[in-house]
Design a protein around this ligand. Structure first.
Ligand SMILES: *Cc1c(COP(=O)(O)O)cnc(C)c1O
Length: 226
């Protein structure tokens, strides 16, 4: 078995245990294998081990790698998107996970209409309100929710967050709870379901699952360091 195959197997086992602890169905959580900076050959090893959903944080990398790999793979853009790249990325990915402002949401909506697409998106929430991080503050997303829902090409499916890095997974728990609580509040405010919570990375994905993650984005623990 390749290193990547055995690491993937371990992660799936840990996901299964975390689901069991939380009384959740394993099918309610999906693993996004974060393949940024890794070449297509390594991604193919993960594909051979049964992985079909991948996350990339740069438009250019998706454009380079996607044609080298099976067309049935699904891709999520997990990094910030600049307006001049929207037209290129929209036809290539299943979901844009890090919509971080009303402006970029409007650009995506306009270009999706031109291209005849209905992209799935998540709103990135800056849970620790760090000035260095992208995303809506809780107050902003509450204030702009109506305008976001008015963008009728977008399927706003949920929320994502990247808490401040701390090697202890327990340090993330409060932020994950915050994201889940905000989801409930926005569902009530907007009157629409937000079923997807994208949270948890290599060091804290089990905590994220315990707190309700439906997508976990794991890179290093699968592909090794970058
Ligand atoms: C790189 C990245 C990840 C994966 O991080 P690891 O610590 O390598 O698991 C997850 N989410 C986002 C947004 C990333 O940029």
């Amino acid at each position: 078995m390749s290193d990547i195959a055995s690491r993937l197997e371990q992660i799936r086992e840990r996901m299964t245990s975390a689901c069991a602890r939380a009384g959740r169905d394993l099918k309610s959580v999906e693993l996004v294998a974060v393949s940024k900076t890794k070449p297509a050959e390594l991604i193919q090893e993960a594909v051979d081990a049964g992985q079909s959903l991948f996350g990339e944080n740069r438009v250019q990398e998706v454009m380079q790698k996607k044609p080298l790999l099976p067309s049935r793979l699904r891709w999520h853009l997990i990094g910030p998107l600049q307006s001049n790249k929207v037209r290129k990325i929209l036809p290539l990915v299943e979901m844009i996970e890090a919509v971080d402002s009303l402006d970029i949401a409007r650009d995506i909506n306009r270009i999706a209409a031109e291209l005849g697409l209905h992209p799935k998106v998540l709103l990135e929430i800056n849970v620790a309100t760090e000035s260095s991080k992208h995303g809506f503050s809780a107050a902003q997303v509450r204030a702009q929710l109506e305008e976001l829902y008015a963008l009728d090409r977008l399927y706003i499916q949920g929320l994502m967050c990247i808490p401040p890095f701390d090697p202890s997974p327990e340090a993330s728990r409060g932020y994950f709870i915050q994201l889940r609580t905000l989801r409930e509040e926005l569902e009530a405010l907007g009157g629409a379901p937000l079923p997807v919570l994208s949270m948890g990375m290599s060091h804290d994905f089990e905590t994220a699952i315990e707190e309700g993650a439906s997508l976990v984005r794991v890179g290093t623990a699968i592909f090794g360091g970058r």
